[in-house]
Design a binder for this molecule. Structure first.
Ligand code: GLC
Length: 618
């Protein structure tokens, strides 16, 4: 598709959306909004003629060898959990401009897809940006209490405003605001004092206020055309020199949205970091696959273990930069689940907070991080320097991390009938202990049908997530087949299925601007198309099967077991993914089974199956 056509298509999307939006009733808007955002999702980061889809915007990812031998690789193996901070002029606006509130990621408020603030007007904001409540020691203490090991803060985001004292651009916090201090110096020092790592985010490609920067004006104040190369030489590279030479040792430079940045510029950036900070990592989003590790799409936790070094970045609420209305805080338990499951897949979790325009931290962010941190203080071994799960994926009740011959079972969903079912463990257990703050309770266990059954107390004394430690006689051996136990719903994403004569692919969309969702799904069904999962069933019984899908019309599905039993049923479809009960499937024998799903009537092209859920009828 040509660039012109894409831009035209994008403008039509926006136009149609606006016409629709103004005329739709508010109850309709609630339903239609997510659908339209799916439609627009891949083009919203358009840059006029230079439109770049989000996959390209985040850049090719690095699949480098494990760096654990190099000192800079230690950051991820020991760390696993870090604080990301998005803080800049946009925090002052808090997603409101000219009495209008914009919904989406706050650090993009200036962009034409949100408030579209002209460069001159945006620059004016600096004059009233006076974050007198910024307290570096308090932020570092918060990160420490949260159990985080290093802090990465935005030194310059896409708006081009430097949050540090830059000699090459006056558009910086020391020269352009009444504050007159360099808060990055304070934060770097506080991290050093309290023993945390410190590093910078830097937007290398997008700079919306610097002439020549991607998304920025193409002429300078005198009307001269400025190239990207000129922007790069006069602002980007010298600022990267500044952040890597003026703040002591840093652990990481987190570049972002490389878009179409030329390879030679990326090489220069990486060389500059290596020269000034040989022990600092370079993020996966530097461009051209030249980072030290993979950075996944925002808010994405992979389904299966991933080798090599990688990280997931996530937000404490919905917006990276502070937005006045954003109260959608993740609970301490959800933060812990995301952290543990990221570590269990082999990655590092970096969680963002967005300080307000006055520099203070939203109270709820401090609460949820500190509360999650209290749990981590009790069970540090579950996360720090822990290895990924031998099962390769989440289990129906939680997740597993490992150190040597010890497995840590983090139970997110504690069963109340005194039994916890663990599928596929083939190594002998020496001890099974339920861990407490100061106590350890020995657990009895038995094996049946290749499953380990742990006798656990019916009442869970741990408020968030209980941890069971299994000490194995030998190095682990595990059959990773997905296990269906009698007490938990097993959610089988199509990620785990074999897809025959249908199309399996990852889908991304935004529900609010910049708030990404990621799933695996199957569509484009041929008449003989099907998906098939292998699972290990603990107990013969009747099981309820539910399908989660999106579509345009009523659908008829067939779900078949390898014992010849099947369900055939018609259900509705909606434009958003929704779960529908399909019926009972009888399973006669314990052990391994294949379950197949096929679409037998409906919209074969567009019906998109996300997952199958199955649970025992009691
Ligand atoms: C996206 C956004 C950016 C944000 C980043 C965090 O790339 O463009 O605003 O800083 O995600 O991962």
């Amino acid at each position: 598709m040509s660039g012109k056509w894409k831009t035209y298509k994008f403008k039509c999307h926006i136009l149609l959306f606006n016409i629709f939006w103004k005329s739709a009733r508010s109850d309709m808007k609630k339903i239609i909004y997510p659908i339209v955002m799916v439609f627009l999702g891949t083009t919203l980061y358009a840059q006029g003629e230079k439109e770049v889809g989000m996959d390209n915007m985040w850049g090719a990812q690095s699949h480098n060898e494990e760096l654990s031998d190099a000192p800079r690789g230690k950051l991820f193996s020991d760390g696993n959990y870090a604080m990301f901070i998005h803080w800049g002029l946009y925090a002052q606006l808090a997603n409101e401009w000219n009495d209008t509130t914009y919904y989406g990621i706050g650090e993009w408020i200036m962009h034409k897809n949100l408030a579209g603030i002209p460069v001159d007007e945006y620059k004016e904001i600096a004059k009233s940006f006076n974050p007198v409540n910024f307290d570096a020691d308090a932020i570092v203490s918060l990160a420490k209490n949260a159990g985080m090991k290093y802090i990465i803060i935005t030194s310059k985001h896409h708006d081009g405003f430097a949050m540090f004292h830059s000699k090459v651009s006056k558009f910086n916090i020391v020269d352009a605001t009444p504050l007159g201090r360099d808060p990055m110096k304070e934060l770097a020092e506080a991290c050093k004092k309290q023993g945390l790592g410190f590093g910078f985010y830097y937007s290398q490609n997008q700079d919306w206020t610097a002439p020549g920067g991607a998304g920025g004006p193409d002429k300078d104040a005198n009307g001269n055309v400025v190239s990207f190369e000129q922007y790069f030489e006069s602002k980007c590279l010298p600022q990267v020199t500044e952040i890597t030479t003026q703040y002591g040792d840093i652990v990481l430079v987190w570049f972002d949205t490389p878009g179409r940045i030329p390879k030679k510029n990326v090489e220069q950036l990486v060389a500059e970091v290596r020269k000034n900070q040989p022990n600092a990592l370079v993020s996966g989003r530097v461009g051209h696959g030249m980072g030290d590790y993979q950075t996944f799409g925002d808010m994405e936790i992979p389904f299966s273990n991933i080798d090599g070094m990688w990280e997931t970045v996530d937000v404490t609420n919905d917006s990276w930069g502070y937005a006045w209305y954003d109260k959608n805080w993740k609970s301490p338990k959800l933060i812990l689940e995301n952290l543990i499951s990221t570590v269990a897949r082999g990655g590092t979790y970096m969680l963002n907070i967005g300080p307000k325009g006055d520099g203070s931290i939203p109270e709820e962010a401090a609460y949820t991080l500190t509360t999650a941190g209290e749990w981590l203080k009790k069970y540090p071994q579950v996360v720090y320097a822990a290895d990924p799960s031998p099962w390769d994926h989440k289990l129906s009740w939680g997740d597993v991390t490992r150190k040597g011959n010890k497995l840590f079972l983090s139970v997110y969903d504690w069963p109340d009938n005194g039994r916890l079912y663990l599928p596929g463990l083939q190594t002998e257990i020496l001890h099974a202990n339920l861990l407490g703050e100061k106590t350890v309770e020995k657990l009895n266990y038995s094996t049946e049908n290749g499953w380990t059954i742990l006798d656990i107390p019916c009442e869970n004394s741990e408020k968030f997530i209980s941890v069971i430690e299994l000490e194995l006689k030998d190095s682990f051996k595990v059959d990773p087949t997905l296990g269906l136990d009698p007490d938990h719903t097993l959610e089988l994403s199509t990620h785990f299925a074999e897809a025959i004569n249908c199309n399996k692919e990852k889908k991304k969309w935004m529900e609010k601007f910049g708030e990404w969702k990621h799933i695996m799904q199957v569509d484009q069904w041929q008449k003989d198309g099907f998906v098939s999962w292998e699972l290990d069933v603990f107990e013969p019984a009747y099981y309820m099967v539910r399908l989660k899908y999106a579509g345009t019309e009523r659908t008829v599905w067939k779900i078949t077991s390898d014992e010849g039993k099947f369900i055939q049923n018609q259900q509705n479809a909606s434009h958003v993914y929704h779960s529908y009960d399909m019926g009972w499937l009888k399973i006669d024998k314990a052990g391994k089974h294949h379950i197949q799903v096929s679409l037998i009537d409906g919209d074969f092209e567009k019906t998109s199956l996300e997952s199958l859920e199955i649970y025992k009828i009691h």
